[in-house]
Write a protein that binds this ligand. Structure first.
Ligand code: NAP
Length: 307
C-alpha cells in the first residue's frame, strides 16, 4: 500500500515527488511514456528562475528527479495502463502490476500534437519546437514558420514576430478556428505572412541535424515547393494524457481535468498537477508550482484520514 503515487515525471510530477518525499510519504513516481515530460524535449531553458545562464531542459528535470530521490521518492519506468478510482484505496495497473494507494497525483501532462512526419520527429530540439515561449528567443533575425489555425497558432506567430526576421503561418484550410480578435491581430501584423490551404510535407535537413527549410504543398493547386526556414513551430493543439481515467475523473470535452479548487479533482484523494489541467500557462515553473500544491494537499488529505 502506497501513500501516494505520482503519475508523470515532468516538472509537476518531480516537484510533487520532492515535496511528498520530504514529507516522508515515500512517493512512487510512474515515469510515463515521455520520461522527464516536455522539458526533456527542449534544449536551453532560460526562464526557469534560479539559473542566470539558463539550464538544459533534460538536465533540469534530471536534477529534480535526483532531488526527489534524495528524499526517498522511488521511480518506476512505464505507464499506468488501467485505474480503479471507484473506491479507496485506489488501484493502479502499472505495467501489468496492480498497486494500491491512498492518494494519487495526476501529473501526466498534455502532449503537444505533432504532424507525425519522420523528418519533423528527428529534428525536435534542433529547430523543430512546439513551444514558442520556450524557444522563440533562439530565432532572432531568423526565418520562422508556425503551423496551425487556432488561437495558439495566432498567439505564437504574433509572439515570434518579436524575434524573427519574417514569420510564415501555414494552415491547412482557409478558415480558422482562431477567435476573430486573435486572427485580426495576426492579420494586421506586418511581419506575419499567411499561407493557407497549405501543408508541410517534409522538414529539411535531417542529415545535417538542423532545420534549414520545409517542403510545402498547396492543396488547391497541387504546387509543391521548398521554403527556407530556421525555426519550425507546431501549434496544432495539445492532447491531455487522461485517457486511462476516462469516466472516472471529471474532464472537459477535450480531456483536460476539471479542477475542483486547489489541486482537487472530482475524486477526493486524487489531485492534479501541471498541464493535465492547465491549458493556459503550460510553463515549467507553473507546473512545478502545481506539483508543490498537489503534494501539500495530498499530505493534508492523508493527515485528515489519520495516516
Ligand atoms: P485548436 O483550437 O484545436 O486548433 C488547432 C489547429 O491546428 C487547428 O487550426 C487545426 O486545423 C490545426 N491542426 C490540427 N491537427 C493538424 C494537423 N495534423 N496538420 C495541420 N494542422 C492541424 O488548438 P489551440 O490553438 O491549441 O487552442 C486550444 C484551446 O486553447 C482553444 O480553445 C483556444 O481558444 C484556447 N487558446 C486560447 C488562447 C487565448 O485566448 N489567448 C491562446 C491559445 C489557446 P483545422 O482547423 O483544419 O482542424
Amino acid at each position: 500500500m502506497r501513500n501516494v503515487i505520482i503519475i508523470g515525471s515532468g516538472c509537476a510530477g518531480n516537484t510533487a515527488a520532492i515535496y511528498a518525499g520530504r514529507a516522508n510519504l515515500q512517493p512512487l513516481v510512474v515515469s510515463g511514456h515521455e520520461a522527464g515530460g516536455q522539458l526533456s524535449l527542449t534544449t536551453l531553458v532560460e526562464n526557469f528562475p534560479g539559473f542566470p545562464e539558463g539550464i538544459n531542459g533534460p538536465d533540469l528535470v534530471e536534477n529534480m528527479k535526483k532531488q526527489a530521490q534524495n528524499f526517498g521518492a522511488e521511480y518506476v519506468d512505464g505507464v499506468v495502463l488501467d485505474a480503479d478510482l471507484s473506491k479507496r484505496p485506489f488501484r493502479l495497473n502499472i505495467e501489468g502490476n496492480w498497486t494500491e494507494t491512498r492518494t494519487v497525483i495526476v501529473a501526466s501532462g498534455a502532449s503537444a500534437r505533432w504532424l507525425g512526419l519522420e523528418s519533423e520527429q528527428a529534428l525536435i530540439g534542433h529547430g523543430v519546437s512546439s513551444c514558442a515561449t520556450c524557444d522563440g528567443f533562439f530565432y532572432r533575425d531568423k526565418k520562422i514558420m508556425v503551423v496551425g489555425g487556432g488561437d495558439s497558432a495566432m498567439e505564437e506567430a504574433n509572439f515570434l514576430t518579436r524575434f524573427g526576421r519574417e514569420v510564415t503561418l501555414v494552415h491547412r484550410r482557409d478558415e480558422f478556428r482562431a477567435s476573430k480578435i486573435m486572427l485580426d491581430r495576426a492579420r494586421h501584423n506586418p511581419k506575419l505572412k499567411f499561407l493557407t490551404n497549405t501543408v508541410v510535407e517534409e522538414v529539411h535537413d535531417v542529415a545535417g541535424k538542423v532545420v534549414t527549410g520545409v517542403r510545402l504543398r498547396d492543396l488547391k493547386t497541387g504546387k509543391v515547393w521548398d521554403q527556407e526556414v530556421d525555426g519550425f513551430f507546431l501549434a496544432i493543439g495539445h492532447i491531455p494524457n487522461t485517457k486511462v481515467f476516462k469516466g472516472q475523473i471529471e474532464t472537459d470535452a477535450e480531456g483536460y481535468i476539471v479542477s475542483k479548487g486547489g489541486a482537487r479533482t472530482s475524486v477526493p484523494g486524487v489531485f492534479h498537477a501541471g498541464d493535465v489541467e492547465d491549458r493556459t500557462y503550460r510553463q515549467a515553473i507553473t507546473a512545478a508550482g502545481a506539483g508543490c500544491r498537489a503534494a501539500m494537499e495530498a499530505e493534508r488529505f492523508l493527515e485528515a484520514e489519520g495516516h
